[in-house]
Structures are given as C-alpha cells and as structure tokens.
Design a protein around this ligand. Structure first.
Ligand code: ADP
Ligand code: MG
Length: 548
C-alpha cells in the first residue's frame, strides 16, 4: 500500500493505492492487480494520461522473471470529494498530480519486485547517459532482468562484467550508439568500473550487498537519457518454488488440471527439510506430557475424528505422553432438545439442572467417551476411557455464581485431580481419555467445562503443553489471528472484551495453567485435518501460541 497527498487548487487531495504481486512479473505485464483511488476532482482523460505517465516509470519498469503474465491490471478511480477545481487541462496542476501518482506507483512497483518469488533483495538499476530515456529504460530492464546479474546479486558479487555484457548485448542487437567499455558502473554507490576495473575494498562492498536493497548505477556517457528499473535477485528458492510448483500441477481426467499436494510430488530437498525440522521437535518432545482438549467440529465430522485419532497415535509413537479431555460438543444440546429440554450458556458454561445432568453424563461418558476410545483403539489398544468419577479422578464442588450472576445449577469446578491414577496410566504407556464429569465430597455429580478440566489435568500431571482444539483458527482480534502472545497479553484480551463466550472459559483456564508451570498452550483449528501435527512439529505453527 502506498499513499501521497498533493495540493491542487488550494485543496489537499490524497492518492492511495494498493496492489498484489506474484510470480511472472515482467515489463509491461505482470500477474498483478493494483487499484489507485483518489479524492481529487480530475477529468477521465487527464487521469488516464497521468496514470500512463506513472505506469511507464513504475510498473512497466519492473522485471522479476522476464515472463509475462496476461492478466495484470491497474485501475485508477477518482471521486472528486476533495472539492478542488477539477483538473482537466495539461498544466502545472496535472503535472503535480501525475508526479504524486508516479511516486505512489513506484513505491508499489518496488514492493512487488522485493516480493518476487524467492527474492532476498530488491535490485534497482539506474542507467544514465543513454542516447534517450527510452533506450535507458530498455537497457536498465535488460540488466535488472539478466539471470546472470540477478544470480550475482544473490551471491553479493559486484560483477560489473555481467552488467556491461547485458547492456552490450541489448545495445548491439538493437543498434544503439552505446559503448559499454566507456561506461562507469557503481554498486551501492561504490565505483567498480570506470573505463577500466576500479579497485575497492571487496569485503566492505560484499557486506553492503547483503542489504535488502542493492543499487546498480550505470553511466553510459553517451547522451541525456536516463531511467530506473527494478527487479530482484535470483535465489535458490526461486528455482525450488517454480520447479516444485509445476510438479504439483497434474492433469485431471476431464482434461483440466488440479493441484496435487501429495508429499510424493515434492522435491527430495523439501522433504528432507521437513523431516529435519520435525525430527528436531520429536527429539525435544520425547517423554514430555501434553494434554489435548478435544472439542468443536473435530468431534463431529467423521474424517476429522479419524485424523484426530491418527494424530494422537502419532504423538504417542514419537514419545509424547498425551492425555485427551473431551467436551460435549453439539451432541449434548441435540440430545437435550430431543428430550424436550433446551441448551443455555452463560459465559460459555452450560447451565445444567439436575435432570439435565443425567443427560449430560449419559452423552459425555456413555456415548462420546466410548466412541472416542473405540476409534482410538482401532489401531493399537492404548486409549483408556475414564470419567472424572473413576478413581475419583476429578474432585469437584459447585461453581458458585459470580457476584449477582446466574446460578448455573449442577456445574462444578475442579478442586483436586487424582494425579497418581493418571501417573499410573501414563507410565504404562496408556492414553487417558477423560470425560469431564466431577464428583463432589457430598457425592453429587457435577458437569465441568472441559476447558477447565484440561487445564487442571495439565497442571496436575506436570504437562509442558496444553492444546485446545476448537472451531476457530485460534484467538482472533478484529478478525485476525493472533499468532503468539504471553500471559499478560492474554489477560488483556479478557479485560478489553476481545474474547467472548466459550473463549472466555478457555482463556481463564489457560491463564491458570500458565501460572502453574505449563510452558506452552496452543489454540488450534480442529476443522483443519492434522492441525495438531502442524502446530507441534513445524517451525511456524498454525494457531495461537501462548507462553508464560
Ligand atoms: P469449544 O469449547 O467446543 O471449543 P466454544 O464455543 O465453547 O467451543 O468456544 C469457542 C468459541 O469462542 C469460538 O467458536 C468463538 O465463537 C468464540 N470466541 C469469542 N471470542 C473469541 C475470540 N476473540 N477469538 C476466538 N474465538 C472467540
Ligand atoms: Mg466450550
């Protein structure tokens, strides 16, 4: 995005622009969409003229890979709300507008170049002293687009030979009156050739060429023409991205093409990197305990259930000691409604009267827990289903209403977790699968929010990790995923009302877990298959990571 303001007829007008770039960026065309908007009052032909002027010096001075795409476009829209005297005729007003528009477009063009596939730096090539501006532009683009120059820039090599060879080849073919041997070439402002090679401090210049922008200046000493073009370096990644890209496109039976993401289609190097990354985590995690709260759509959709169970099996087989705590999901609500009751939630907690509790327990322990254990035990027999009542695993008491708050009925909170019981199972390599029903000292049963149970269990067993699977990508703030935050940051989200409903219970539980030794809490999207694996075994996870 870029923006400029300019004074027109005593009024301030604003020009703003936004664009997306991609691969296949070459002179004249690119897989790019840019939209320029302005509040200036300007006639259509004047605006079109100014845009053409800007384009020549910005987007059309861009080359990333010399390959044109056929679907780029730049729009400019003006609504006149600035209230300036409409600009219609050529003159200083239009020139000022065009100059500002050019600046905006140049900024975006540079962003597009810097964002080239696999690019590590922006390349800016300025050619001066050419017979004309047009020739200068053509030569600047030939340098910026030369694979040899680009590879040299990637390697931080101020290779004036490749720069001048590119100019000489283009000028020679087109018959321009240019003599590369007479030129001066500087890189990052340091002269490297001036009618002859110029000595310079090689180490210093190499270091400067590691900066995110590399400037190559060529003075041809042949005339008044000058131009600037932009491109980027040519990295190993460019080849990797584009070679892998094609291998993923496969023909469909109906004659079309589809993307085939199977790992078998990726390059051996990519797979090696993936394995090395994952194996590093596996070594780090071996023997550690983690608690997974299983909730949301992952509990309902068959394919997601299957991928969840596969993931738990995988965690176990690479040496983690998982404990699963499941919620009730939509099934409790459905059953209650079938029996003529209705579901009510206060701050994410289910209001549970005594007759509801029978249904809740039946669904949680009798149905969801056994189904999950069955699925987990289809391969290997390590899952053990337990309700919070078994071995008095979850001692509970009635959750008292907050000041003036609503009485939630038979909803409880955990007072004690039978750690010895869980230790016994974990030490024998079993995966406890816990249904969140607690038992009171008074013999009463309590429905406990599974998020809270997961946190209490994580604290009790000394888990390093606590993972929440839900129907959201993680913690969202203004619709955007928060990728990482600490306890204080999380508490602030609770304070400022960013988190609501069911997420509030989670956040409170997470804060408690962090205060009691849990090192990492992950909130991930249970609707995405294998999201647990993606979050735990890759450098850049997929959800929200909360640390103390
Ligand atoms: P479960 O406990 O089954 O995972 P809940 O409905 O109890 O699901 O809690 C998750 C819900 O919290 C999300 O689906 C979302 O609607 C809600 N929520 C409220 N505020 C936020 C937020 N800031 N970020 C993410 N989810 C939020
Ligand atoms: Mg919930």
């Amino acid at each position: 995005m870029a923006a400029r303001t300019v004074q027109l007829g005593g009024k301030e007008v604003t020009i703003s622009a936004i664009c997306k770039g991609s691969g296949m960026i070459a002179p004249s065309l690119a897989t790019m969409i840019a939209v320029v908007v302005t509040d200036a009052a300007i006639g259509p032909s004047s605006l079109a003229g100014a845009l053409r002027h800007a384009m020549e010096r910005s987007f059309n001075a861009l080359t990333v890979d010399n390959d044109m795409s056929t679907n780029d476009v730049v729009f400019a829209l003006a609504n006149g709300l600035a209230g300036n005297q409409p600009v219609v005729d050529p003159g200083p007003e239009l020139d000022r507008f065009a100059a500002a528009l050019t600046e905006v477009c140049k900024e975006l063009a540079k962003d597009v170049a810097a964002d080239g596939e696999g690019a590590t730096k922006l390349l800016e090539v300025a050619v001066n002293g050419a017979p004309s501006d047009e020739i200068a532009m053509e030569l600047a683009k030939s340098v910026a687009g030369s694979s040899l120059v680009k590879a040299a820039i990637f390697g931080a090599d101020p290779n004036w030979g490749r720069v001048l060879a590119s100019i000489g080849a283009r000028a020679g073919t087109a018959g321009y009156d240019v003599a590369p041997a007479e030129a001066r070439v500087s890189v990052q402002g340091v002269d490297v050739y001036d009618r002859a090679p110029v000595g310079h401090d090689v180490a210093v210049l190499k270091a400067r060429m590691r900066e995110p922008e590399v400037h190559v200046d060529v003075d041809l000493r042949r005339g008044p023409g000058s131009a600037v073009a932009w491109g980027c370096d040519l990295s190993y990644d460019y080849v990797k991205i584009n070679a892998d890209y094609t291998s993923l496109i496969v023909p469909r039976p109906d004659g079309g093409v589809a993307k085939d993401d199977r790992l078998a289609n990726y390059s051996p190097t990519f797979k090696q990197q993936l394995l090395v990354e994952a194996l590093g985590y596996i070594r780090r995690f071996a023997g550690t305990r983690c608690v997974v709260k299983y909730g949301g759509a992952a509990m309902v959709k068959e394919s997601l259930k299957k991928s969840f169970c596969d993931d738990i099996g995988l965690l176990r087989s690479v040496g983690l000691r998982p404990v699963v705590v499941h919620g009730g999901g939509p099934e409790i609500t459905r059953t209650l409604e079938k029996l003529g009751g209705k579901a009510e939630f206060v701050d994410g907690q289910r209001v549970t009267n005594t007759s509801d509790l029978k249904v809740v327990e039946m669904v949680l322990t009798g149905s969801i827990n056994t189904d999950l254990v069955t699925l987990l035990n289809q391969e290997g027999g390590h899952a053990v289903g337990v309700s919070g009542k078994d071995g008095a695993l979850l001692r509970a008491r009635k959750l008292l209403p907050e000041n003036g708050g609503r009485d939630l009925g038979q909803v409880g909170e955990v007072t004690r977790v039978n750690k010895d019981f869980l230790d016994l199972l974990l030490q024998q390599g079993y995966v406890p699968v816990i249904s969140p029903i607690g038992i009171g000292e008074d013999g009463q049963s309590y429905n406990i929010n599974a998020d809270q149970v997961a946190a209490e269990v994580a604290i009790a067993v000394g888990a390093q990790k606590l993972i929440y699977l839900s129907d959201v990508p993680g913690i969202l703030k203004a619709g955007e995923l928060v990728e990482e935050l600490n306890g204080a940051g999380l508490a602030a989200q609770l304070e400022d009302g960013t988190v609501q409903g069911g997420m509030r219970v989670k956040v409170r539980s997470i804060l408690k877990a962090l205060q009691h030794g849990v090192q990492r809490v992950h909130l991930i999207d249970g609707r995405v298959p294998h999201s647990i694996i993606g979050e735990l075994f890759t450098d850049k996870g997929v959800g929200t990571l909360v640390t103390p």
